[in-house]
Every structure is written in C-alpha cells, then in structure tokens.
Design a binder for this molecule. Structure first.
Ligand SMILES: [Ca+2]
Length: 192
C-alpha cells in the first residue's frame, strides 16, 4: 500500500512538471493597476445593479507576495465576483481541463469557482466550492471540454457569496490543458 501511494505521488509530480502553460493571466494576483488586478474584471451585485468591487491585494498570500481579497457582499443575495475570459489560443476542445485555485473562506458556500463555456449555443458551467474551513485549501478538479465547445467562450469566475465572518482570499488560479500522456487522478466533474 505504501509503495502504491508512492507511485501515485510520483505520477502526480511528473504530470505537474510536464503540464502545459497556465491559460489564466495574472492568476497569482501579483499585478495591480488602479486598485484592480490586471486581466480580471471585478464587480459586486448591490440590489438590482452592479458596481466595481472593492477588491484589494493582501499579503496573506499562498504564493508570491499577494493574494486577492474578495469582500463579503453587504446585502443578502449580494455577490462579489471576479472573472476572466480565457484567450482561445491554447484552448483545446475535446481536451481535459485541470482547474485549480488556492482559496481561504470560513463559511461553506462562501467561495465558488466556476468555469463556463458555450456548447451548441447553450451556456454550460462547472463549479467547485471551498469547504469553509477558514484555512488555505486547494480547490481542484478536472473535466473534459466537449469537442463542440466554442474555444472562444471559456471563462473563469470566482465569487464570494457571503456568509463568512472574514472576506474570502484567493491565490494561484490555474487553468491548464492536460498533456495526453499525463496520469493525473482527480475527482470527476459535477455539472451544475
Ligand atoms: Ca500570489
């Protein structure tokens, strides 16, 4: 059993080392301009409208110097959301996506990671939620992008739906297409 565990760990390490580039820009939230993280759009739902969210860099980071702090929504049913359209260059319909981030949230249902894409004119979304442990956790899974998915339609969204005492923190967001020969075992995707 020990030997088997070792083999599995070795496979995971090998596949990570050979993984392709991260298609998320500024996924570590190290670059900021005008109080906003570069490459991300940040908004918050307030009543029926949307405003620019007061996100900020914090030094409680998982990697590098900064993580991003997503403030809790001020009203019930509110939402703080950051999103990024993924450039079609590098997107491989029919391929397997590895999606992951590091997150910190202290309520279950507070911090959500969503990947959306168009298929046959319909929007499909896959989602994972931080456990709310109050600790840094890696939220990670993989799913197959259908062959008929529109390569220009891939978008990553991260949202704080509230319920926590502290704001949610996020760092090191990655979207990678798995190498064909890599062995990488992760929980299967669950569609919304
Ligand atoms: Ca960082």
């Amino acid at each position: 059993m020990l030997f088997r565990c070792f083999l599995l760990a070795a496979c995971v390490c090998a596949s990570v080392a050979s993984a392709q580039e991260n298609l998320v820009q500024n996924g570590g939230f190290e670059q900021w301009a005008d109080a906003q993280p570069q490459a991300w759009s940040c908004s918050r739902k307030a009543g029926d409208g949307w405003e620019i969210a007061a996100v900020k860099p914090v030094e409680d980071a998982k990697e590098g110097r900064f993580a991003i702090e997503l403030p809790n929504p001020e009203t019930a049913g509110g939402l703080t959301i950051i999103g990024q359209d993924i450039s079609a260059t590098g997107v491989k319909p029919g391929g397997t996506v590895i999606m992951r981030l590091w997150g910190k949230a202290d309520a279950s249902g507070q911090l959500h990671l969503v990947v959306g894409f168009d298929r046959k004119g319909e929007r499909r979304k896959v989602r994972r939620v931080h456990s709310g442990s109050g600790q840094w956790e890696q939220v990670e899974w993989m799913f197959d992008l259908p062959e008929n998915a529109d390569p220009k339609s891939l978008r990553v969204e991260i949202m704080n739906k509230g319920g926590g005492k502290a704001p949610a923190l996020v760092d090191q967001v990655e979207l990678i297409f798995k190498e064909l020969d890599a062995q990488f075992e992760l929980p299967e995707n669950a569609h919304e």
